[in-house]
Design a protein around this ligand. Sequence first.
Ligand code: ARG
Length: 483
Amino acid sequence: MSTNQFDKKSEAWSALFSEPMSDLVKRYTASVFFDKRLWLADITGSLAHAEMLSAQKIIGAQDLADIQRGMAQIRSEIEAGSFEWKLDLEDVHLNIEARLTQLVGDAGKRLHTGRSRNDQVATDVRLWLRGEIDLITNLLVELQTALVDVAEKNVEVILPGFTHLQVAQPVSFAHHLLAYVEMFARDAERLADVRRRTNRLPLGSAALAGTTYPLDRERVAVSLGMVDDQGVAQVCQNSLDGVSDRDFAIEFTAAASLCMVHISRFSEELILWMSQNFGFVKIADRFTTGSSIMPQKKNPDVPELARGKTGRVVGHLMGLITLMKGQPLAYNKDNQEDKEPLFDTVDTLKDTLRIFAEMVGGQLNPATGAKEGGITVNAVAMEEAAKKGYATATDLADYLVKKGLPFRDAHETVAHAVKAATSHACDLSELPLTVLQGFNASIEKDVYECLSLRGSLNARNTLGGTAPAQVLTQIARHRARLA
Ligand code: ARG
């Protein structure tokens, strides 16, 4: 039977095959139920290809018009949910092409001229990922903005800064939050870099060796927005490489993993801070759950899940990088396995960033125009905790250095003072002046300024330090950057 369409993928390649695939093999090899999410990229890429084929007189103007009409209909069918995805047609590419041919006849069959599914899928994944990178970048801006908002309200709030989870030195809570802003800013930089290498056109590589048709690959690249900052077309320069490497997807997943690791560190801190033993912050009830047995519980499920999902994303990175290892040039079907980890990485990261932006910064109340329900800070609990671990001991050492003591001697002197304070169960700032002078005669009344938490904070007034003046400068810098 000669038809203008094919219903099964075997009809997409010929009479060479003498037996049909078993249902199990069909299911094993098919990707349509996950790669159908590439449909818009697939149509966009096909339209750019067809437009170039027509401009190069490889297909006729009428063919192009038919393809455009057919694709417009397919688009509305998919959007309406009425498009029938067929497992028999294996993947998104064959499903769309078959429907096109059914709708417009021979023009549909001409679309695949000078193209292979190998360069087609590589193009689709890149186009799709480029769009997702842009969405993730916006979400990173939202999360950073939420953190800066909370930071701005807490510049003077003192938190015990930890090293080894032991009280180390007092820091501004804003300063602590801005550390995460730095991390997320770098995540965004990394994504921008990955985007540059993702935004290159494989189409025209055909199956692996290029094609005999006089394609204009640069034209396709420009029409798909695959251009650099100067508007110069970005085209994969080696056909074997263009169809086969997925390093852009691996890089993306690596960048996503790092971003999740940053989220995970923040989650861990939120979980600690929310525990009764710290009591530093609260998050809104809608991000927590109760216990089925212990009525008093409010568990930080969202941060815990985010910490858990970090493992999942890092796992996808391992999956993708291992997928690439050992593949000979050029395209191999192994590469079909790139999609689920990539898709799940994108979904997980986007959901996580969205939830965290809201959990930290709150939700916009349209009535007041203000954000509500973000993180609640218990400044008193933080300050009380900062008073507990001799957080200003370094300040006393620095004080003695300014009086002329070598730092190592000052360090030793302060260790004795801390020991004394510990035995009196009091803070260094609570030791009488005469006792302090017993450790070093040069100590005067002004020592109490440097032994106070606020004095300690204000004293760290160098670039990148925790003094409120520095923190305000950083907030202004981030505001300008994020605007
Ligand atoms: N579904 C395939 C993939 O995701 C499309 C490319 C198939 N190419 C081939 N020669 N079988 O990689």
